[in-house]
Design a protein around this ligand. Structure first.
Ligand SMILES: Cc1cc2nc3c(=O)[nH]c(=O)nc-3n(C[C@H](O)[C@H](O)[C@H](O)COP(=O)(O)O)c2cc1C
Length: 395
């Protein structure tokens, strides 16, 4: 029996991942900010959406292929940017990027990855997307964009919801903060109890901020680079900075972390080709609505002027179908693929994507749909508890 045969859901992968991941990194992966209300809302609001079963609809073979920003994808999903994936699984970004490529879906590399963009590029055939955090030092930002262009990244995904980082309380308890304090007794004992994780981690050279280590002025140790990264978060970020990025970056521009229709319109005015409706997986503003509750208002506000993508809370292909029914073109997968990565590395990410594919395929079929372009709001039965917030239009 193959290693994945008994792992029949993302939740199965999650359970295995939990057993195999040391507690500071499990907390980092799993937590939301503060009271985790928004983290919970993301799941709750997807769960209460119900689908409309349709029968005798000649569903034949289903076609799950799509394009995003003109790029062909075998599924309407992409892998979301995840910082420090290499702490969750050694060389995590390389494993995840290879798995995404094998499954025919786009991969997004985080600014704060452990493997550098050059290392990831050397490990895959196709270019990936690069996610950019704006940093105080604009020369660093310019250099990151130049490097991303040089390795062939076709799209830049600028994350705009992290001008200030919200605390995740388990991370603070475990010392997994921007100024890490990881080598305390409970953590070290836990590393020893996870020998597979520890062996892999000790046998990779990639244990730092791969994209950023060479810019850090006060030393290359993880502590020192982390402290520099923390100081680089820029709370003065404004729309002019997005205009500046647009002027520098020649490829597609995606703006991630939009939860307000006025902000969505402004991002499109700044030249965004796509926006990602996202509350950062419940890791930033605690008390914000779920992404799925906000999605329809943003789809409506943009009226087709840019692609609208969705993330936060997706754990199944059925969730992907719900997001598409509410107008998203594609869904980014964060923790759903991270569970696969933490559990089994590259085969785990492939397995997670395979599970999502199967669930989407079956759910579409039972809704009487065989093509993605047939999906619209009529695939939903009703959504009594998910009413998009009235969002005031800004001038
Ligand atoms: C462990 C972890 C690290 C993340 N790192 C980043 C990052 O470096 N850049 C970014 O734009 N978003 C980051 N995110 C947010 C994801 O890109 C995505 O928006 C979120 O995970 C979606 O929610 P989900 O995990 O419920 O699918 C991170 C999320 C997690 C769970």
């Amino acid at each position: 029996m193959s290693r994945t045969a008994s792992l029949v859901s993302i939740e199965d992968l999650r359970q295995l991942a939990r057993r195999r991941t040391p507690r500071p990194f499990w907390g980092y992966l799993e937590s939301g900010s503060f009271e985790q209300l928004t983290l919970a809302a993301n799941r709750r609001d997807l769960d209460v959406l119900t689908l409309r079963p349709r029968v005798l609809a000649d569903i034949g073979p289903r076609d799950l292929r799509t394009t995003v920003l003109g790029q062909p994808c075998r599924l309407p999903v992409a892998v979301a940017p995840i910082g420090l994936s290499g702490l969750i699984r050694a060389d995590g970004e390389i494993h995840a990027a290879r798995a995404a490529e094998a499954e025919g879906v786009p991969y997004t590399l985080s600014t704060v990855s452990t493997c550098s963009m050059e290392e990831v590029r050397a490990a895959v055939q196709q270019p990936f997307w690069f996610q950019l955090y704006m940093m105080r030092d604009r020369d660093v930002v310019r250099s990151l964009m130049e490097r991303a262009h040089a390795v062939g990244c076709t799209a830049l995904m600028v994350t705009v919801d992290l001008a200030v980082q919200a605390p995740r309380l388990p991370d603070e308890r475990h010392g997994m903060t921007l100024r890490p304090r990881l080598l305390n007794l409970p953590n070290v004992l836990d590393f020893i109890r996870k020998p597979g994780w520890a062996w892999r981690f000790l046998n990779t050279p990639r244990r730092n901020f791969g994209n950023l280590v060479d810019y850090a002025p006060h030393g290359k140790a993880l502590q020192q680079v982390s402290a520099w990264v923390a100081d680089q978060l820029d709370p003065t970020l404004g729309w002019a900075d997005l205009d500046w990025i647009r002027a520098q970056w020649p490829g597609h521009l995606i703006v991630k972390g939009i939860m307000d229709a006025g902000d969505a319109r402004r991002a499109v005015q700044a030249g965004a080709d796509a926006i990602v409706v996202s509350n950062h997986g419940g890791r930033q503003l605690d008390g914000a609505p779920s992404s799925i509750a906000v999605l329809p208002s943003i789809v409506q506000a943009l009226a087709g002027d840019a692609e609208v993508w969705f993330d936060s809370g997706v754990r199944s292909g059925t969730d992907v179908l719900k997001a598409l029914a509410l107008g998203a073109r594609t869904a980014l997968l964060g923790r759903a693929v991270l569970y696969g990565l933490a559990a089994l590395g590259e085969p785990g990410v492939r397995h997670a994507l395979g599970l999502i594919r199967r669930e989407l395929d079956v759910s579409m079929a039972l809704c009487g749909l065989s093509q993605l372009d047939q999906i619209n709001a009529s695939a939903l039965w009703s959504a009594p508890d998910v009413t998009p917030c009235p969002i005031p239009r800004r001038q």
